[in-house]
Ligand binder design. Structure first.
Ligand code: ATP
Ligand code: MG
Length: 353
């Protein structure tokens, strides 16, 4: 008997349900036993029941083997204190999802603002620490009439575990032909907290003598990601730096519509596109489903490694290849220059599968 994988599904707001529905269809078409469990959350849920992350949905997510999430929230719906709803960050904290995984891949034929030299491909992964750093005081920073202050917090435990995660990932990638290199992205020249980070990174690196470890300052990395993006393998960085660099990475891939992500902890993982609920295009059926589909592909990969199911790993690679094929053939939505709507683009991926 093959295992039934219980998947908590957060279809969310705006374009969320539009990109989630065809993604679930695609997963149903694969030869695995998935049970999908609907989890209301986000702005619509907040309007209906006063909670943007209801207990029941959180409990379903906790009990699931993996969590698929499209986009939660709507800038027009705010809490009484005027702040935006951030249920996906609350979920990250509740499930202790400490490693934000943001792959940046540019295959030949893909639309990118870069001029890639002949024969160069871009394929690196940015790992963002997701529980502390400059987000430590989020929503409770000190603001007075003439002063505002937030705190950067780095703990040994969280820094060590995210660095270790990055080295483990580089080792897996080494087996697939990548260079086996991890770069710490920090600002150790100016902030003592980042010298602390770097020291811990170096200690963790000592446990991986088969891999290369090096360092870069975050400002320099912003430059290098643009002028030689093919140079990198795995990067690991603090929460806020990761937030910014992952949008830069999405930009290199031709926009948010292409950028998948995973937020991974010891026992749980959430897979979601990097983009938000895009209220400006919601309801028109034109949203690009590729970031959502690629996120589902990352879920297949993660489940395959976790439960040692080679067929899941194979299907993860097939999903990636099918999306790549669509991009090269121009079978895309308008944001990537194509003529298809959401359903059409998803159907093109399924046809290639
Ligand atoms: P959040 O705060 O939730 O991250 P955001 O303010 O970054 O949201 P998005 O919702 O990601 O904003 O949208 C940014 C822009 O990208 C919008 O113009 C939106 O229409 C566009 N966009 C986002 N996702 C997609 C998609 N899947 N397909 C096409 N366009 C998209
Ligand atoms: Mg955003």
């Amino acid at each position: 008997m093959s295992k039934t994988f219980n998947i908590a599904v957060f279809s969310g707001d705006g374009i969320g349900p539009e990109i989630m529905a065809p993604t679930l269809d695609l997963l149903r078409g694969l030869e695995h036993d998935f049970a999908f469990h609907d989890c209301p959350a986000g702005a619509a849920s907040y309007r209906e029941c006063g909670s943007d992350l209801p207990e029941r949905s959180l409990a379903t997510a906790r009990a699931a083997d993996a969590i698929l999430l499209s986009a939660l929230g709507d800038p027009a719906v705010r809490k009484p204190d005027g702040t935006e709803l951030t249920p996906q960050i609350d979920l990250r904290i509740a499930l202790d999802l400490y490693a934000g995984v943001r792959p940046v891949r540019i295959v030949p034929g893909m639309r990118t603002p870069l001029a890639l030299p002949e024969g160069k491909t871009v394929d690196f992964v940015l790992i963002r620490e997701s529980t502390e750093g400059l987000f430590h005081t989020r929503n409770r920073g000190r603001v007075e009439p003439d002063l505002a202050e937030e705190t950067l917090r780095l703990t040994r435990k969280s820094t060590a575990r995210v660095c270790d995660f990055a080295f483990r990932m580089a080792r897996e990638r080494l087996a697939e032909g990548h260079p086996g290199r991890v770069t710490s992205v920090d600002k150790a020249n100016v902030f003592r907290a980042f010298a602390f980070w770097r020291g811990i990174f170096d200690e963790v690196a000592g446990g991986y003598p088969d891999l290369t470890a090096d360092h870069a300052y975050v400002d320099a990395m912003a430059l290098w990601m643009v002028i030689r993006p093919w140079d990198w393998d795995v990067m690991v960085t603090e929460n806020m730096f990761g937030d910014i660099l992952s949008d830069l990475g999405a930009g290199l891939m031709g926009g948010l519509g292409m950028a998948p992500s995973a937020d991974i902890g010891e026992d749980h993982a959430v897979f979601q596109p990097c983009h938000g609920s895009a209220p400006d295009i919601a309801g028109r059926g034109v949203a690009n489903p590729f970031a959502m589909i690629l996120s589902a592909g990352m879920m297949l990969d993660w489940l395959g490694r976790r439960y040692d199911v080679p067929d899941l790993l194979r299907d993860a690679a097939r999903v990636r290849a099918a999306v790549d094929g669509c991009i090269v053939a121009g079978e895309t939505t308008g944001d990537l220059g194509g003529m298809l709507d959401t359903r059409g683009a998803a159907a093109a991926v399924m046809a290639r599968l």
